[in-house]
Design a binder for this molecule. Structure first.
Ligand code: GLN
Length: 495
């Protein structure tokens, strides 16, 4: 079989071709490794490539398939955001702090995917410690948007989104604390799912803001996302916040017709600051949903205006506490020639963390201090509850909420910029994390060849509703099949 067009196949198609033995796992893995080597210099989506391990896993997968064993993910090459611990492989979180950290254990997410037969091609670039929405804060340099390499891919799972968009991998893991799966999915034209808080184990996923972090998926289509979610989701006794609930068969629910589905459009997310092109693409997508039989109505989420402030304070407070473990003594970077213990702590942290991370630690420590705790953190928690209540109230009347994922197309990279405000590039995504809800972004159009994304939000633990609605849209449209023009070389001259 000709391997030239393999990268254009979806994960579901690859799965069928592998099991029909039209193609071997080794062939597929080698083809993608070659593609990454020839194209990724200009995108910078990978931090670490694992060719030997990947080929070894591929050979084992081929043996399984030969014996007609294994499942739908056997032999499927994936790559993981470098926030997931992978045993024996560097796990850097895109920080100088962990540049030398070889994880001694495997995260639940990567372990489950591996047990399901998936192959790990390597570790993907991201914003440092997942703080950011542009992928400009990585210690390993920015990721470039495959649609236009002068622009950001979004973040923090920008490496995952760019690698899927550039057809380097059929699917990738990501994490989403305030939008880090959905926003880069939108800017790169792929499908990204942030599951309900507690649906997927956080064990072995390096913590940023533990009450909001959630592992998820970036792939080309809702069908591909459904395949991966089925393998990743479910109870894990090593994560105390992981829900002990059965995992539904997501694939089985993709085909439900949408007639009568009630969709709410929150007026706070459809305002004048939106790019006219994005507004138009989103409107066309909503018209498509009406044609599919959905009933669209206006709703309101009145506490939306507090989301940015509440998110910034609480995410920074949790980050300041989580990142205290990186002290030069236990993990990762230690400064040269420390003059005593305090000097070692200070300089290791000062030199090991980048500016964005340090600015969050400062803000978070300030918010958590005894003097400010009640007036800042406690108050923010109360407003967080009001934000959740807005959603719960609305979900008594609608089945899904839809908003643009981000109100503008991908902006230009800006290397001179200092620390950014946490929600500067992703104002429409963090409310979902504050409320612990599941949400998905799917490509619904383009503005001057730059992708536009639509965000779907469902009640807690209703991922199947998101996947069903996205799949039905993808059956009647082709936006998820669009791929960026191939550019060889490093693309840096474009800057
Ligand atoms: N932009 C948000 C932040 O910088 C979201 C990050 C995330 O989801 N990991 O905090």
């Amino acid at each position: 079989m000709h391997t030239g067009d393999l990268h254009e196949s979806s994960l579901a198609q690859l799965s069928r071709r592998l099991r029909a033995r039209e193609l071997s796992c080794v062939e597929l893995t080698q083809t993608l490794l070659d593609r990454i080597r020839s194209l990724d210099a200009g995108i910078n989506s990978f931090i670490t490539l694992c060719p030997e391990q990947a080929l070894e896993q591929a050979r084992a997968a081929d043996r399984l398939i030969e014996r007609q064993e294994g499942g739908v993910l056997t032999g499927i090459p994936l790559a993981h955001k470098d926030i997931f611990c992978t045993r024996g492989i560097r796990t850097s979180c895109a920080s100088r702090m962990l540049d030398n950290f070889i994880a001694p254990y495997e995260s639940t997410v990567t372990a489950r995917l591996r047990e399901a037969g998936a192959i790990n091609l390597g570790k993907l670039n991201m914003d440092e410690f997942a703080m950011g929405s542009s992928n400009e804060t990585s210690f390993y340099g920015p990721v470039r948007n495959p649609w236009d390499r002068r622009r950001i891919p979004g973040g923090s799972s920008g490496g995952s989104a760019a690698a899927v968009a550039a057809r380097l991998v059929p699917g990738a893991t990501g994490s989403d604390t305030g939008g880090s799966i959905r926003q880069p999915a939108a800017l790169c034209g792929v499908t990204g799912l942030k599951p309900t808080y507690g649906r997927v184990s956080r064990w072995g996923m390096i913590a940023f803001a533990s009450s909001m972090d959630q592992a998820g998926i970036l792939a080309r289509s809702a069908e591909d996302v459904a395949l991966l979610l089925g393998a990743m989701a479910g109870f894990d006794e090593r994560d105390a916040t992981c829900a002990n609930r059965a995992v539904p068969d997501y694939l089985a629910q993709l085909e439900r017709p949408l007639a009568g589905l009630r969709i709410g459009l929150p007026k706070e997310y459809f305002q004048s600051a939106m790019d006219a092109g994005i507004a138009e693409e989103v409107q066309k997508a909503l018209d498509e949903y009406s044609k599919l039989g959905a009933l669209v109505q206006d709703i309101s989420l009145p506490h939306t205006r507090y989301v940015g402030t509440v998110y910034s304070l609480l995410a920074s407070a949790e980050a300041s506490s989580n990142l205290a473990r990186f002290d030069g003594a236990h993990f990762g970077y230690r400064c040269k020639d420390p003059q005593g213990l305090e000097d070692m702590y200070k300089r290791s942290r000062c030199e090991g963390f980048g500016r964005q991370v340090k600015s969050r630690i400062l803000l978070g420590t300030y918010a958590l201090s005894a003097r400010n705790y009640t007036s800042v953190c406690l108050q923010a928690q109360k407003v967080r509850r009001l934000i959740l209540n807005d959603f719960l109230k609305v979900f008594a009347e609608v089945d899904l909420i839809m908003t643009p994922t981000i109100p503008v197309p991908a902006r230009f990279l800006d290397r001179s910029a200092g620390p950014m405000s946490p929600c500067g590039d992703d104002p429409f995504t963090p409310a979902v994390n504050l409320a612990g809800l599941p949400a998905l972004s799917l490509p619904v159009g383009q503005v001057t060849r730059l992708p536009a994304g639509l965000q779907l939000i469902a009640p807690h633990f209703h991922e199947e509703r998101l996947l069903n609605a996205a799949h039905q849209f993808q059956k009647v449209t082709d936006w998820h099949r669009e791929s960026p023009p191939v550019q060889q070389g490093n693309g840096r001259s474009a800057l």
